[in-house]
Design a protein around this ligand. Structure first.
Ligand code: ATP
Ligand code: PRP
Ligand code: NIO
Length: 486
């Protein structure tokens, strides 16, 4: 499933802007874009950044095919322009957070710099990848937060995912954020995840008899988990599973039973008793059926006896907040003299005003506590690592402020692609999972609770804040001039 043929996976308006830039001869001017989201998904206190691997694969393979050219020609684009598009390869620089990093609203996750025509045309695909994968990783992380370390999490969502790509990259995002495995075999193969699974009701229905079905399964498989709720969980399903295990003794490993309907709290407790009484104290109870972090939390409060959770629809679709809403905004562009000039997008809505300039983001770690004090957005030429003290203040309510002395400023944006060449090697899932763990350890618990978390500080440096305000003033002057000319 190569990305090679996906150059046209972009919005028509990107190509139309490219055409105008080309006709005006400005298409190779250097431009800088920030990719970020504006509000926290699921009202969570943090998000988990995922999507970079696909972004890099996409940019490396970004190229028009002959069929694409023919198609664009049929839309009446001229040959000169098509020749330019055809010769395009991504030659820009990409600065990005690494996958698995905790991230927050209104801070650049990725900064893309390069010839205007290139960095504009890739907007749609980059947003597509990061919006979905970061959303699903964040949902998965919320689910992980409400379970205990000895419980397993299995991603079961493929059948309900928004098509194949979403199922596979969503499985990867879920495992990055703490799931143990996925039922999707291709995702497991492709991304080196653990494939996991039990069997379906149809298997029992096919035999129309639980005893026959479980026996048949056990003849073919040493590792057995039996689905016990097809007819009557406590009266037939669990007792039959125990009967089969008793008969087959060591020729199988009776690893578990799965419950997929009914009152999970009650059924899991009663099933646990039946299994324990029969001596199967190590046999696990696996539960599925429309689960999410809320139902899981509820079930745990009720004392449900669950070892493993299988979660599909509500995870893989980001069910209760299905769009991250990340945007890609121009922050600077080369002028006629070859100098980068900062740019802004104003809005009546303060949250929608973009922050101009080439910027970096640092996580300010308090050296005494080891915990993060907040994220600090600077202009790219600032060096907060070298400073003795950092002034963190809320960018809107500026009276909310603190001074940090003994700190480490950890840069979050890394140069992952330089002049179109990948500068950062593909990482293993384990390495990315470790980054998730480390990144979450740096956060106080107040940011990690699933309901009403504290708002994490994402602040601008004084220079960045002043630059933004100056540019807002300049736009004010510009608007006045336009009005006066009328
Ligand atoms: N004790 C419980 N407390 C809270 N929620 C529960 C409890 N037991 C089950 N649930 C959840 O309640 C919902 C029950 O859904 P529903 O009524 O559709 O399932 P069902 O009728 O038992 O099974 P089926 O999916 O086969 O129709 C599921 O989301 C399930 O996870
Ligand atoms: O409930 P989810 O979180 O999406 O998890 C995946 C579901 O998929 C399977 O059901 P299936 O598709 O066979 O149908 P069902 O809804 O009737 O159980 C499985 O038994 C789970 O219930
Ligand atoms: O393996 C399972 O039990 C499974 C896989 C996908 C969906 N529902 C259940």
């Amino acid at each position: 499933m190569s990305n090679t043929h996906h150059f046209l996976h972009t919005d028509l308006y990107q190509i139309n802007m490219a055409k105008a830039y080309y006709d005006e001869g400005v298409h190779r001017r250097r431009a800088v874009f920030d990719l970020y989201f504006r509000s926290m998904p699921f009202d969570n206190g943090y998000a988990i950044f995922v999507g970079l691997e696909r972004v890099l694969q996409y940019l490396q393979e970004w190229q028009l095919t002959d069929e694409d050219v023919a198609y664009l020609k049929s839309l009446n684009y001229d040959d000169d322009f098509l020749n330019v598009l055809k010769s395009l390869r991504f030659s820009g620089d990409v600065y990005s957070m690494l996958e698995g990093e905790a991230c927050f609203n209104n801070e650049p996750l990725i900064r893309v710099e390069g010839p205007l025509i290139e960095v504009q045309l890739v907007e749609t695909a980059l947003l597509n990848f990061v919006n979905y994968q970061t959303l699903i990783a964040t949902k998965a992380s919320r689910i992980k937060q409400v379970t205990t370390d000895n419980q397993q999490l299995m991603e079961f969502g493929t059948r309900r995912a928004h098509e194949m790509d979403a199922a596979q990259w969503g499985a990867r995002a879920s495992v990055i954020a703490g799931f143990n495995g996925t039922s999707n075999v291709e995702a497991a193969k492709r991304f080196d995840l653990v494939p996991v699974g039990t069997h379906a009701h149809s298997f029992v229905q096919a035999y129309n008899d639980e005893y026959e079905a479980f026996k048949a399964y056990a003849r073919s498989h040493k590792e057995c988990v039996f689905l016990v709720d097809t007819f009557h969980t406590l009266k037939s399903g669990v007792p039959t599973a125990i009967k089969v295990a008793n008969e087959l003794k060591d020729s199988i490993n009776f690893n578990g039973i799965r419950l997929d309907s009914g009152d999970i709290a009650y059924l899991s407790k009663e099933s646990r008793k039946l299994l324990d009484e029969a001596g199967y104290t190590d046999t696990k109870i696996i539960v599925s059926n429309d689960l999410d972090e809320y139902t899981i939390q509820d079930l745990m409060h009720q004392g449900a006896k669950v070892d493993s959770w299988g979660i599909g629809t509500k995870l893989i679709t980001g069910y209760d907040d299905p769009a991250l809403g990340a945007v890609y905004k121009l922050t600077a562009i080369e002028n006629e003299e070859g100098q980068l000039e900062d740019r802004i997008k104003l809005s009546n809505n303060a949250i929608k005003v973009s922050t101009p300039g080439r910027k970096d983001v640092y996580r300010i770690i308090n050296n005494v506590t080891g915990k993060s004090e907040g994220d600090y957005i600077t202009l790219a030429d600032e060096e907060p690592e070298e400073e003795q003290m950092i002034h963190l203040f809320h960018p809107v309510h500026t009276f909310k402020q603190k001074f940090i002395h003994d700190f480490t400023a950890r840069p979050l944006l890394q140069l992952v692609m330089e002049s179109g060449q990948r500068r950062y090697a593909k990482e293993s899932i384990e390495a990315i999972q470790e980054r998730v763990n480390h990144s979450l350890e740096e956060l106080w618990d107040e940011y990690k609770r699933p309901s009403n978390p504290e708002e994490y500080p994402v602040d601008l440096s004084e220079a960045c804040w002043e630059n933004k305000n100056q540019i807002i003033k300049n736009v004010g002057k510009y608007v006045k001039q336009v009005v006066n000319k009328k």
